[in-house]
Design a binder for this molecule. Structure first.
Ligand code: IPD
Ligand code: CA
Length: 273
C-alpha cells in the first residue's frame, strides 16, 4: 500500500473515530443492554455492537476490497495478508459500563499481518492517538515519544491487567507474575484498556505494559502508536510481536522489555486468534 492510500485510510479512520466518540459519550451512564460473553467479567453492551456496525458499514463503503475483523462480530479471526481493518469498538468495556473514563475506540489496519496504521480515541480523556508506519506517533496532532531515561526495571512504572478471564490457570498466572514483578519496580497500575495502556507507554506516562489473553483487536492499532513513538512491542518471550498470539510486552525500550520478559515466571500459551 502506498503512502497516499495509507494517508487516506488514516483520514477516514480519524473522522470515524471522532463520530464514535460522540456515540460513546451519548450512551455513557445510560442503560445499555449489557450481556456477558466468556465470563461474568467479559461484557458487551449495545453501544459496543452499534459502534462496530457503524464502523464496519462506513469502512466497507470506503474500502470494499479490504477484509474486516471486529471484536463483536468475528467468531474466527483468520488474519490474512490482505489489507484488514481491525476494530475494537470499545476497548475497556468494563470501564465504559462503570463510567470509568479510561476507555476508547481502537481502529487498526494490517497489511501482510503487520499493523501499519493505528487510531485510538478516548472521548472521555480527550485523547486522539494516531500513527502510520514510518511516520511517527501523535496525540491530538502533537508528536509523542516514549520515556527516555528508564534503563532498569527498578526505576520503571509498569502497567498490567487482570483481564476478563476468570479460569484458574489465568488467575494463577496473573498473581504469580504480579508477585514476581510488583516488588521490583517503582509501581504497577491496572486501568482496564489494553489499547490505552500501550498508548500511555507511547506517551511516556508508563515504561512498560504486559498482558496475557489479549486478542488482535486489543493490540493492533496501539502497537503502531507505541512503535512509532520509539517503543517496542514484542512477544513476552522475546522476538517480534505476533498479533494473533494473545500476549504482549510493550515497553519504552528493548532492555526494559527483556528485563520484564525475563522476570515474568509464567508465559501463558493460549489458543491463538
Ligand atoms: C479488554 C481490555 C482490558 C484487558 C482485556 C481486554 P475489552 O478489552 O483491554 O484492559 O485486560 O484483556 O479484553 O473487552 O474491554 O474490549
Ligand atoms: Ca471491546
Amino acid at each position: 500500500m502506498d503512502s497516499k492510500e495509507l494517508l487516506r485510510c488514516q483520514q477516514i479512520a480519524v473522522s470515524l473515530a471522532i463520530k464514535v466518540g460522540q456515540m460513546m459519550t451519548n450512551a455513557s451512564g445510560e442503560s445499555r443492554n449489557i450481556s456477558q460473553k466468556d465470563s461474568f467479567a467479559d461484557l458487551v453492551t449495545e453501544t459496543d455492537k452499534a459502534v462496530e456496525k457503524f464502523l464496519f458499514d462506513e469502512l466497507k463503503r470506503h474500502f470494499p476490497d479490504f477484509k474486516f475483523i471486529g471484536e463483536e462480530s468475528s467468531s474466527r479471526v483468520g488474519l490474512t495478508s490482505e489489507p484488514t481493518w481491525i476494530i475494537d469498538p470499545i476497548d475497556g468495556t468494563m470501564n465504559f459500563v462503570h463510567t470509568f473514563p479510561f476507555t476508547c475506540v481502537s481502529i487498526g489496519l494490517t497489511v501482510d499481518k503487520i499493523a501499519v496504521l493505528g487510531v485510538v480515541f478516548s472521548p472521555f480523556l480527550s485523547k486522539l492517538y494516531t500513527a502510520m508506519k514510518g511516520c511517527g506517533a501523535y496525540c491530538n496532532g502533537r508528536p509523542i515519544s516514549v520515556s527516555k531515561n528508564c534503563n532498569s526495571l527498578k526505576e520503571a512504572l509498569l502497567v498490567c491487567e487482570f483481564g476478563n478471564q476468570r479460569d484458574e490457570e489465568k488467575r494463577n498466572a496473573v498473581f504469580r507474575n504480579l508477585e514476581s514483578v510488583g516488588w521490583l519496580c517503582h509501581g504497577i497500575r491496572c486501568m482496564g484498556s489494553a489499547a490505552l495502556n500501550l498508548c500511555y507507554v507511547a506517551e511516556g506516562f508508563a515504561d512498560a505494559y504486559w498482558e496475557f489473553g489479549l486478542h488482535v483487536w486489543d493490540m493492533a492499532a496501539a502497537a503502531v502508536v507505541l512503535t512509532e513513538a520509539g517503543g517496542v512491542a514484542v512477544d513476552t518471550k522475546g522476538g517480534p510481536l505476533d498479533l494473533t498470539n494473545r500476549r504482549i510486552i510493550g515497553a519504552c525500550n528493548q532492555s526494559i522489555a527483556d528485563q520484564l520478559g525475563n522476570t515474568l515466571p509464567i508465559h501463558l500459551e493460549l489458543e491463538r486468534d
